[in-house]
Write a new protein. Structure first.
Lengths: 210, 369
């Protein structure tokens, strides 16, 4: 398990960095590298490009250490900057092919892969596979939110800042995604119930609920 | 524990403790087991929530610790280089080139191995206490000069309170304030040391023998052993000014009769004669790697073009008669030679010679027919 910095430590490192401490910035880079790298791969699935981007982001930070504006939330700021930089880079590269890319039009590669550990029963495996498939069909913005919330463990206001939308829409989008998902599976299974007859307790319960 | 009785499945799936439990890392595993048993009517909600959590696992690429360390080290190396760069123009130029290659190049010439820098950084315990230590009054600082004497046979790494790094040579002594204060950062050196100075608005001064080396942020070596007649200052990057100690008390604006050193230039002060002269370092380092994309391979290239490439790459001026040498065509591979060796070979090829004058190289040759 990797060591996490506390919010206070992050803030202190950021202050040290602002007053010209390169080592403090390097410590922040070390602490956030894996998360930011992973995040970067969501937009451009090429390790080399993402690594270059992270170098550029931190180097740019270093170069303007004396005149950085106040940053409320360092992790959110870093996630936002990396995303912005990669999308810019992507747009620059693909300028001739895709002229109309705007801030709202970008691809997020968030692929869900159901956790089947300790799942033995075949129908459960089937359900999870089906759910996984449905998750992967969610709109990209919803998948991006799920990724930030559950994989990166970020708070709603952090996600709101990274995605440049309000906090409430973030919450609504996430909630809606999960609710649709549940309703969808239940719907599917009530249909199965009719077709197969009540063969397991689970299906009976699902039937009642539906 | 919270009351979960009214939670819908998706609300449960959003609860971090519930999620941890599904993933087998909750400290409250007993709570969830008991909750399931005590609330049979909630079984299905729990199961649905569990499935949501399981389905939400994102396919990701694991990031090795090794990669992180290497990338952080590269950042440190790059940041050190750019922070000592004087012209902003240089920066944008080097960006267009893949800096990874530039780094490999720098590492290959073994300037200050990146791995060395990285090892130093990772090995150093972080000492938050020392950074946040309360302010020390100027009087206390005067009382409290630290003296580090390297009596080992190996170079010794030090870091000063402004995060400037010093590699102190064997049998050398550095005296400095444990906490820099006031308008300048001052250290006293006997022996040899390489400095990597963090750029700050307070100047950084090295007193060595009768010489003062003043910088804003750069990398350079000062050599001033007690039994040595000469004091030398060699610049690796950035820009420094060097002048005699007696000139130090004069006003800053006044002419200190010093010299300005650019990368790859050096100053030698002969203590006996009191003479300060400019020359170049023994092994100049390529300063502008994008100039040498051809890696000093030349095929039927006019000599002026070759010399221009060399002077640009090492940022050391070479004086020559462009017109006279235009007819000299050079085919040579000069990747492994030092700058002076390169110039020497080229002179030999055209029957000329070179001189080192005031930190510049002067090529004297009659030309070819």
């Amino acid at each position: 398990m990797k060591q996490r910095l506390t919010i206070q430590e992050i803030q202190q490192l950021w202050l040290d960095y602002q007053s010209g401490d390169m080592e403090a910035l390097a410590t922040l880079m070390q602490a956030f590298y894996a998360d930011l790298y992973n995040w970067g791969l969501r937009f451009v699935p090429e390790g080399e490009t993402v690594r270059d981007c992270l170098q550029d982001v931190f180097l740019a930070l270093w170069q303007k250490h004396g005149h950085m504006a106040v940053v409320q939330d360092v992790p959110a700021y870093l996630f936002k900057t990396v995303k912005h930089r990669l999308l810019q880079e992507y747009r620059r590269k693909s300028f001739t092919q895709v002229m109309s890319l705007t801030d709202e039009q970008y691809t997020v590669h968030v692929e869900f892969s159901a956790d089947l550990r300790q799942i033995e029963e075949e129908h459960q495996v089937y359900r999870l596979r089906r759910l996984e498939q449905l998750m992967n069909q969610l709109p990209e913005r919803q998948r991006e939110i799920i990724y930030l919330r559950f994989y990166q463990n970020l708070e709603f206001d952090q996600i709101a800042e990274i995605m440049q939308i309000g906090k409430q829409p973030v919450y609504n989008l996430l909630h809606r995604a999960l609710k649709n998902m549940r309703d969808y599976t239940l719907g599917t299974f009530s249909w199965l119930l009719v077709a197969m007859g009540p063969c397991t307790t689970l299906f009976q319960e699902l039937g009642k609920k539906a | 524990m919270k009351k979960y009785d009214n939670y819908e499945a998706e609300e449960l799936a959003l609860d971090s403790d519930f999620r941890d439990w599904v993933q087998g890392k909750s400290p409250n595993a007993d709570f969830w087991l008991a909750y399931g048993q005590q609330h049979p009517e909630r079984q299905e909600v729990l199961r649905t929530a569990e499935e949501l959590v399981r389905a939400m696992r994102v396919r990701t690429v694991p990031v090795a610790e090794k990669l992180v360390r290497a990338e952080v080290s590269q950042f440190m190396e790059r940041a050190t280089q750019t922070s000592t760069r004087q012209k902003p123009g240089n920066l944008s130029a080097s960006r267009s080139l893949s800096w990874r290659n530039a780094y490999r190049y720098a590492a290959a010439i073994g300037l200050l191995g990146l791995l060395v820098a990285a090892g130093w950084w990772l090995g150093k315990p972080r000492n938050q206490a020392s950074r946040t230590a309360g302010a020390i009054s100027p009087q206390e600082v005067d009382m409290a000069y630290t003296e580090t004497r390297n009596s080992t046979g190996k170079p010794l790494r030090l870091v000063l309170s402004d995060n400037s790094k010093v590699v102190l040579g064997p049998k050398s002594v550095l005296r400095y304030a444990p906490q820099f204060s006031g308008g300048e950062r001052v250290v006293y050196l006997t022996g040899e040391a390489q400095f990597e100075v963090v750029k700050r608005k307070e100047p950084f001064k090295v007193y060595a023998g009768d010489l003062v080396t003043k910088v804003l942020g750069t990398r350079f070596v000062v050599r001033a052993y007690e039994n040595d007649q000469n004091v030398s200052v060699q610049v690796q990057s950035g820009k420094v000014s060097v002048y005699r100690k007696e000139a130090d008390d004069k006003e800053d604006t006044a002419d200190k009769a010093g010299i300005i050193l650019l990368p790859n230039q050096a100053a030698i002060y002969q203590q006996a004669e009191g003479q300060l002269s400019k020359t170049i370092v023994a092994r100049p380092i390529v300063q502008v790697p994008q100039v040498v994309s051809t890696n000093f391979e030349f095929r039927e290239t006019p000599l002026p073009q070759v010399l221009n490439q060399i002077q640009q790459a090492y940022a050391i001026p070479i004086q020559f008669d462009e017109e006279a040498l235009q007819n000299c065509r050079i085919t040579a591979s000069l990747a492994n030679e030092t700058m002076l060796e390169k110039v020497a070979i080229l002179c030999k090829l055209v029957g000329g010679r070179y001189e080192l004058v005031d930190g510049q190289i002067i090529v004297r040759a009659d030309g070819c027919r």
